[in-house]
Design a protein around this ligand. Structure first.
Ligand code: FAD
Ligand code: FES
Ligand code: FES
Length: 1256
């Protein structure tokens, strides 16, 4: 049976029975249509990389192609990013603005952002407001840019836009698409060619009913033992994975009765399978009707469910069914509807219709019950008060810690007639706080006595369960009380609420965000220092830029998935892959015994301890790969990998698994065999001064951070003649080539790598991706066919090491003036199971004094690596320096706290006069009005009990050390004088290629448009050093300038005074002058230097929930004489926001007894989103950089250092919390805030008791 749809106007007729029944649109677009602009990463609706647009007769909307099933695409018009605009037919205005306004770095997320914006514009007829735009990107993660430039570019299309647009972008273009016609008939779609049923070879069946009668007919075919699914949007798969054993899929999208709505005076009826977006539109318009005003609140709540593309697919019924199937699910639809006493209309047969309560529906055990509609009653606003809340770890696209809905019915005396007080996220069996509902009846809800009784009872009533990785019961219990308290504060008459408490009634109010970027340029060196557009920005925004998984292969390629070992500390005895091999589509299984050469993906000759590709004995961490399954599709490989059985021996009963640093230090005497002293101070005892005015001691803890690159670990291997061509997402082609060659016992010359660009690296592709690269190469070598290995998000998070967690134990003696006269800092960093890639002896040590003055005798620093039972930790953006600088800045803050002095003053008292910081900091404090803003904050805090603000400063003195060698080649073409550069570095979003092109153009004296930077490979980039640690760009710029000078020297004899560049090149070619030159940068060619930086962060804390707003951030960053200011500003903003995620939300939780990572999905690991960034984000690059201050042409690295400044945010939070604690009557006490300081940490440290919840 065939189906028809179009992609970018091209008709596709697909025989559905040729593809698995659960094929997604993403798989079809990428693998069958071979259109690669649409990316994927999480495959669960949580990252936005896969967003494309679909149009039907009703309109166009953005959807997650990773969730939309192909079998629900009949007659749709699908638009992907390359279809929207491209270099052949012209770019779309959205693509142009995003590129021109600096909105792309690695570019992997860019097509998803473009398509989400396109869908939004289409949905709103091209008329959107800035607020709507800023609110619509919760489902698109960008790990590089920090979102500010993306939001600016998108907001520039709004009808109320005040965003300045580059001149070349202001052209008015038609943002709309053509009218949609049926791909088959070419006329407007009548839905005439819908199918009804398809039976697959394996017995699976798809049905496309058009009526309820057809639907029930299809349901009758389902045997009691068969698994089935009523397909709404298929988005529940993003939360709980769909069973692979589903036999019957029934598409509900054609059943009109499930998509209707009607409103009467007394009730609003919503078809069960209206999408959440459609529901919001209906709620918004119905809220204008008397009795339905409350729907505005409900609509705002649904706006916090998932994200726009998921809401465009996901339906009301699907959401409630998730709750039915998984009672622990904190469904927002359920909690709000239940509080509103919504009823559901259900059908058990065509003529068996009933209206029942939601709770009754959830309790009904009949599998074949169909939700037909929801009924929401009218609640006249003079009689009812309704509100609902959702508190989550970041502003958007996260499920609730706790959600709540409250409905009070009041009588004519304003006493409660009836109450519905509902909470989600407590326990599967807890919905109504029934005792409180009863307690309130007959009273004014704001009576002081009732308020007191309510909260004393509620706290004991709510007993949240303890299920990792959910937040703690203590937090959820306090949150529960806080939400009801907020409700009372909000709705009580003004006269009943004390002025200081009033703001507690409101959620944090986030206005539109904006930014300011200041830098200066030097015209005499243009295009070097010129603020040019990123070289590949345009093709990134159109999706034409290729990444490793976009390399096309022949149709016989196969796909891989790791099979993991789970018994940490035991030895693998046997691996039984027989079931996996039986699974349809599986081609092979390989384990350690199949490797012809060395079983290691790290190269010992580069100083690494060997790490096994496939575990062959002792299991080091949970899910350590023990083998690889190779199959015809990625889904088949992943499903079959779960069938591999591993048996273990040497299971030690006394083995004490310690997956984290915290676990190691939880014992009274941490196991000394786990602690490796790597950087021990020669100073045995620090002279802490005989007469200190104060001694300060403390512990400071920072957790792990997962890199969260948008591009997964990816390798495509193609057997070529007698060798392999490898396309691997690696930051270090040299090491990847070497380990593959050793694994396969091949010569390096036979393993050739090519890397066009990476979709983000941040350190995790330095060596960790080699495990995938080696496994894929082994499969390609054994099977002699192309192999594609894209690691799943769960597998990446399980197997790849993270940023080294760190614990600092410090002690210092201080003078009353703030001067630290002696300091001892013992720090411990989490290595994972081995100490490869340790920052302990490197940047943690180099940065640990930061910009402060110490001597050899008053500063003792000892660094240790701590072995844990987790994947080996790895480099992560500014490795070591984030910890080193944060440790010292934390000590300064702690000292200031104990001395009751301003932290800026303590910094100034300790700054080394030898650094430029001694002048930069006072200027910065003055220009950012530090002291007056502090006073304003004090006033705000004095006037507000439940909202608190703080202002945190951080300083950075970051050493940049050049090492290794970086080769490059420049070729000039005689045909037209254009120039190609290749090199051994890796472009991964840091703008290396743009800087290289600028330097090439400047040195050769030609326009930038002549230059192209081509892929990196192991021929022109042989033996290249890793691209990391922010030195790659400058090192290669240095090599390229040397090369261009060589070429200039060769051209000199043929250069004529008035000759054009093309004429000179042709003359040189005529004289057989070699127009290709290579050279390299090597250690010692450039001086090392320090980067200075300062940040000031202002925050507001919602004391009742622990949620925060970052009100303003000012960064002053020393980029030297920036080679490319837009690139550097982008690096500063992006690195800072990645740092903010580390300090605020990125929490990793392991299961204690087996070491399993419980937060390995977008569902539970939360980098910051577009509405979490600073509301007012100001970045300035230091003007008048010191001449000859180091670096290439006076420029300085920007990729990593700004990450270290983000710690300022937790100092601001400390101040806010101190004010809250003072109000709570607690003694002054320094709080141990670290990374991450989540809403839970904040609320539990705010110090108040529920007994304080009073209105006056
Ligand atoms: C990234 C992401 C974030 C999310 N965040 C939130 C959140 O913050 N809060 C929240 O509450 N939810 C959240 N969700 C859940 C989301 O609301 C649901 O996935 C969605 O509503 C399910 O609808 P669907 O149509 O896609 O269901 P499907 O996936 O198509 O189906 C789900 C189940 O519903 C059954 N079903 C569908 N229609 C009917 C019907 N008419 N009668 C009987 N059974 C039916 C199906 O058989 C199936 O078992 C999130 C989801 C994702 C992917
Ligand atoms: S891949 Fe679809 S949202 Fe992440
Ligand atoms: S540019 Fe957004 S993830 Fe890299």
């Amino acid at each position: 049976m065939s189906t028809t749809f179009t992609i970018n106007g091209q008709p596709y007729t697909v025989n559905l029975s040729d593809l698995p029944p659960d094929t997604t649109l993403n798989t079809f677009i990428r693998e069958h249509a071979q259109l690669t602009a649409t990316k994927f990463m999480c495959l669960e609706g949580g990252c936005g990389a896969c967003v494309c647009a679909v149009s039907d007769g009703k309109g166009t909307r953005a959807v997650n192609s990773c969730l939309k099933l192909l079998n629900t695409c009949a007659q749709l018009e699908i638009i992907t990013c390359e279809g929207l605009g491209n270099h052949l037919h012209g770019y779309h205005p959205i693509q142009k603005r995003l590129a021109k306004m600096n909105g792309t770095q690695c570019g992997f997320c860019s097509p998803g952002f473009v398509m989400n914006m396109y869908g939004l514009m289409e949905q709103h007829g091209g008329r959107v407001t800035m607020e709507e735009v800023e609110n619509s990107f919760g489902g698109n993660i960008c790990r590089c840019t920090g979102y500010r430039p993306i939001l600016d570019a998108m907001k520039s299309f709004a009808v109320d836009s005040n965003v300045e647009v580059p001149r070349e972008c202001v052209e008015i273009e038609d943002l709309h698409m053509r009218a949609r016609n049926c791909p088959k008939t070419g006329k407007s779609c009548k839905g005439c060619c819908r199918h009804t049923k398809l039976v697959y070879e394996n017995g699976s069946q798809w049905y496309w009913p058009n009526t309820l009668a057809e639907l029930f007919e299809a349901m009758e075919n389902i045997e009691d033992s068969d698994e089935f699914m009523l397909v709404g949007g298929n988005t529940a798969h993003g939360v709980y994975r769909r069973s692979p054993d589903i036999k019957h899929f029934i598409d509900l999208n054609g059943v009109e009765e499930l998509h209707q709505h009607s409103s009467e005076r007394e009730k609003l009826t919503l078809g069960a399978n209206l999408t959440l977006t459609e529901t919001m539109e209906i709620l918004r318009s119905t809220s204008k009707q008397s009795g339905f005003e409350y729907l505005e609140v409900l609509c705002n709540h649904i706006d916090l469910v998932a994200n726009v593309p998921v809401r465009n697919l996901g339906t009301l019924a699907g959401n409630i069914l998730v709750k039915k199937q998984h009672p622990e699910f904190p469904s927002d639809i359920f909690i709000t509807f239940e509080a509103l006493d919504a009823k559901v209309v259900v059908l058990k047969g065509l003529n068996d219709e009933k209206e029942i309560s939601l709770e009754e529906f959830l309790g009904d055990a009949d599998r074949k019950i169909l939700l037909k509609a929801f009924v929401l009653p009218a609640y006249p606003k003079d009689k009812y008060i309704y509100d609902s809340y959702k508190i989550m770890p970041r502003a958007q696209n996260a499920h609730a810690y706790v959600n709540a809905g409250f409905l009070l019915e009041l009588d004519s005396d304003s006493k409660v007639n009836s109450a519905r007080i509902c909470f989600g996220g407590i326990r599967p069996d807890f919905v109504h706080a029934s005792d409180i509902e009863q307690l309130m009846v007959g009273h004014s809800p704001f009576e002081p006595n009732l308020v007191e009784r309510t909260f004393s009872k509620l706290e004991s009533l709510v007993q949240p369960d303890e299920v990792l990785p959910d937040a703690s019961p203590a937090y959820r219990s306090k949150l529960t009380c806080g939400l009801l308290y907020r409700f009372l504060l909000k709705h009580a008459p003004n006269s009943e609420v004390s002025g200081k408490f009033k703001s507690g009634g409101e959620l944090l109010q986030r206005p539109l965000s904006s930014g300011l970027q200041l830098f200066s340029t030097q015209k005499q060196t243009y295009p070097v220092t010129e603020a040019v557009q990123k070289l590949e920005g345009m093709i990134q925004c159109s999706g034409e830029a290729t990444y490793m998984n976009d390399v096309l292969t022949t149709t016989n390629s196969v796909y891989c998935a790791f099979a993991g070992a789970t018994k940490v500390g035991a030895t693998i005895d046997q691996i039984d892959a027989s079931d996996a091999l039986q699974y349809p589509g599986v081609v092979a299984f390989y384990s350690a015994k199949d490797i012809p050469g060395a079983n290691t993906f790290t190269d010992p000759s580069l100083g690494y301890e060997a790490e096994e590709i496939f575990c062959s004995g002792l299991v080091r961490h949970s899910e350590q790969p023990a083998g690889v399954v190779v199959a015809l599709t990625a889904d088949q490989a992943q499903r079959a990998a779960k069938l591999v059985k591993i048996s273990y021996s040497n299971v030690k009963s006394d083995f004490k698994l310690k997956a984290t640093l915290k676990d190691v230090f939880s014992s009274e005497t941490p196991d000394p065999s786990r602690i490796l002293p790597l950087a021990i101070s020669k100073l045995k005892h620090v002279k802490l001064s005989d007469k200190p005015d104060l001694e300060v001691r403390g512990i400071f803890e920072m957790g792990l951070q997962y890199h969260f690159t948008m591009e997964p670990q990816t390798t495509v291997v193609i057997p070529f003649e007698d060798g392999l061509k490898v396309y691997s997402a690696t930051q270090w082609i040299d090491q990847t080539q070497s380990v593959i060659a050793h694994t396969l016992q091949m010569k390096a010359k036979d393993v050739q790598l090519q890397v066009r660009r990476l979709g983000g690296g941040y350190g995790c592709k330095i060596s960790r991706g080699n495990q995938v690269a080696c496994a894929a190469s082994l499969a390609a070598y054994k099977l002699n066919r192309p192999v594609r290995f894209v690691q799943s998000l769960e597998s990446m998070m399980d197997c790849n090491g993270k940023r080294w967690a760190c614990r600092s134990e410090y002690q210092c003696h201080v003078k009353a003036n703030g001067r630290i006269v002696g300091l001892s800092n013992d720090f411990y960093e989490d290595a994972g199971w081995n100490a490869n890639e340790s920052p302990v002896q490197g940047h943690s040590t180099f940065t640990a004094a930061n910009c402060y003055e110490f001597t050899d005798s008053n500063f003792k620093l000892s660094g240790h690596a701590v072995l844990t039972d987790a994947a080996s930790s790895t480099w992560c953006r500014a490795p070591g320096s984030v910890e080193g600088i944060a440790m010292m800045e934390n000590i300064i803050e702690h000292v200031a706290f104990e001395l009751q002095k301003d932290p800026a003053e303590v910094r100034l008292a300790n700054i080394s006069k030898k650094t430029r910081m001694a002048t930069l900091m006072p200027e910065f404090l003055k220009s950012r009005e530090y002291y007056s803003r502090k006073k304003e904050i004090d006033t705000f805090n004095a006037n507000n009990r439940w909202k608190k603000r703080g202002l945190g400063l951080s300083a950075m003195y970051f050493p940049v050390i050049y090492i290794g060698q970086f080769p490059a080649t420049v070729a000039i073409y005689h045909a037209d004088g254009t120039v190609v550069v290749t090199h051994g570095g890796i472009e991964m979003g840091q703008g290396m290629n743009t800087k290289i092109a600028q330097v090439t153009a400047y040195t050769l004296g030609i326009d930038l448009s002549y230059i192209k930077v081509e892929s990196s490979d192991t021929i022109n980039g042989a033996n290249s050093m890793v691209t990391g640690y922010a030195i790659g760009s400058e090192s290669i710029c240095f090599a390229v300038r040397k090369i261009c000078e060589t070429l200039n020297a060769r051209l000199k004899p043929v250069r004529k005074a008035k000759a054009t560049w093309e004429e000179t090149v042709q003359a040189a070619n005529a004289q057989l002058i070699n127009l290709i030159a290579s050279d390299h940068y090597k250690t010692g060619d450039m001086q090392n230097y320090h980067v200075h930086g300062l940040a000031l962060s202002e925050v507001e804390v919602d004391v009742l929930t622990g949620n925060i707003l970052i009100r303003r951030v000012d960064i002053l960053e020393d980029a030297g004489e920036s080679l490319s200011p837009w690139i550097d500003v982008g690096q500063v903003e992006g690195a800072f926001v990645m740092g903010l995620g580390y300090w605020l939300s990125e929490l990793l939780i392991f299961e204690g007894d087996n070491g399993r990572l419980l937060t390995n999905r977008t569902w539970n690991y939360k980098p910051l989103g577009a509405k979490d960034i600073p509301i007012d984000f100001r970045v300035e690059l230091v003007h008048n950089a010191k001449p000859g201050g180091g670096g290439f042409m006076g420029s300085k690295a920007t990729g990593e250092p700004p990450c270290c400044l983000a710690v300022s945010v937790i100092f601001a939070l400390q101040q806010a919390l101190q004010s809250a604690r003072q109000d709570a009557g607690l003694p002054r006490e320094w709080l141990r805030l670290g990374a991450p300081t989540t809403p839970e940490t904040l609320l539990l440290n705010a110090g108040h008791q529920v007994s304080e919840y009073k209105l006056k």
